[in-house]
Write a protein that binds this ligand. Sequence first.
Ligand code: PGA
Length: 247
Amino acid sequence: MRSQIAAGNWKMNTNIDFGQDFVAKLEDKELPKDVEVIIGAPFISISPLKQIAKRIKIAAQNCHDEESGAFTGEVSAAMLKSTGCNYVIIGHSERRQYFNESDELILKKILKALEHELKIIFCCGEPLEIRENNDHESFVQSQLENSICKLSKEELENVVIAYEPIWAIGTGKTASPGQAQDMHQHIRKVMRNNFNEDLAENISILYGGSVKPSNAKEIFAQKDVDGGLVGGASLKIDSFFDIIQSF
Ligand code: PGA
């Protein structure tokens, strides 16, 4: 069964005090029972947030693809697991763009994180020029086929897909509910063709890119949209709580 998910991505924002206050206040609110709430926190906040999170799951925003070793400044999947971290976001467009992460590297990171029993939020999505050339479906298909389609069906039980058109991230420009639905339907088709109907129907697909309280309801109401990966609007408790209630 597909779960409904509201995931925040704090990116390189917030500190430990802010995060602990935020999570404590969100835990005190009446969160809808059938919605999984996740916060993608900076590495240093994960352990302190795990100490107070009960209902809320915590995600890291990256991990290294190697087990351990001489990689100064990096954080391994095993280290994340030791904090009690639940998820790791892998393949975000900012990491692809600013840190040159390729599909191959992203697949290695996913495999390493799964080995350590972390769940994955796998991001995909096209830049503006690809959308304008009407190549967005084949672009996203190749991101999927070069990475998560190489996993086993069992491994995919621990993967959530987030479709995030790059032109909609942090720009205030959202994909229309119809554009989101069309791509989510296409992603399910790719999963069906590479695996089977069951898997395609059961994998959760989140939309990301300027999700806010004013558009979340309409986007989440689309048949193939199972929730959102939310950047800017997850930094304010009231707007994130509104989004959580938008299913
Ligand atoms: P945004 O970011 O909601 O601020 O557009 C979404 C994301 O990058 O995950």
